[in-house]
Design a protein around this ligand. Structure first.
Ligand code: PXL
Length: 276
């Protein structure tokens, strides 16, 4: 069946993240993708200075009202970067009122990386994000976001029991399952921790030692597309991980020039083949 997803996150006009990666990647998976922009920025906020920021909070409910009048509904929601506390609560209301029966709620709680909140976010915003996490079917945090959301100490030296506890506490917030990216338990490898029904699974793949901006958005977009295409959670986890790894590999040789994002476009043919 042909499925329709609504992604709610910003448009960073330049920078290969958020809506500008969700739209092509979800579409490449064969899923219709509508966008609701939370804000328009000239670039993302990572390492760029002096970017413009147009908050679209006041546009969100009028857009939703028009969709309700037109009878437009969604089979899934994928939320990412949100621009204000008020916006987080509006997004909860939009999911409540525009979803088809059983619509899947995929929440990437975009807050932080490398243990630090992104520019412009504070603990009030973290508190608001917890309310959105409570309503998620699938939560896709990195370890920094998970530590802000649970209050557990951020560490780069962790083991399986620490990750299990982190996921358990995220589920205590209300989310049904957790898919945590960037989790490796041995040298040279990274992977994805998947926590469902009280059980931790891990998909491991080799680590490319390069920090890249936007890979969380690329991962979440491919996961959303694959899951909506009918793949099991573990299969979608693997498809998204292999795609993101390929996008990073395509960028490493040009990392100095291409520091603001990864060349995911060159990996799209491989992603499409996962559905043949
Ligand atoms: O990739 C997450 C993201 C999305 N949107 C904006 C951002 C970031 C991370 O920095 O700044 C505007």
């Amino acid at each position: 069946m042909y499925k329709r997803v609504l992604t709610i996150q910003d448009i960073s006009c330049f920078g290969q993240c958020s809506s500008t990666v969700a739209l092509p990647i979800v579409s490449a998976c064969g899923i219709e993708c509508a966008v609701l922009p939370s804000a328009v920025l000239s670039t993302h906020t990572g390492r760029f200075k002096g970017y413009t920021f147009r908050d679209l909070t006041d546009d969100l409910l009028p857009i939703r009202d028009h969709w309700v009048k037109e009878g437009i509904k969604f089979d899934a929601f994928y939320t990412g970067y949100l621009g204000s506390v008020r916006q987080v609560d509006i997004v909860r209301e939009i999911m409540e009122t525009t979803g088809n029966q059983g619509a899947l709620r995929i929440v990437d709680p975009v807050l932080a990386d490398a243990g630090k909140l992104y520019a412009g976010f504070d603990m009030n915003f973290v508190e608001a994000m917890k309310r959105l996490c409570a309503e998620a079917d699938v939560l896709l945090p990195n370890i920094s976001e998970a530590s802000y959301l649970t209050g557990m100490e951020y560490t780069e030296e962790y083991d399986r029991p620490y990750i299990t506890e982190l996921c358990k506490r995220l589920c205590d917030l209300g989310t049904k399952s957790v898919i945590m990216t960037g989790i490796g338990f041995r040298e040279g490898y990274t992977g994805i921790a998947v926590y469902e029904n009280g059980e931790l699974n891990h998909y491991e793949h080799k680590k490319v030692s390069m920090w890249c901006h936007g890979t969380g958005d690329i991962y979440a977009s491919a996961f959303t597309g694959a899951k909506m295409r009918g793949k099991s959670t573990m299969k979608a986890v693997k498809i998204a991980a292999d795609f993101t790894l390929k996008a990073i590999e395509n960028t490493v040789d040009d990392a100095e020039n291409h520091w603001y994002g990864v060349k995911f476009e060159l990996a799209i043919p491989t992603l499409v083949k996962s559905f043949e």
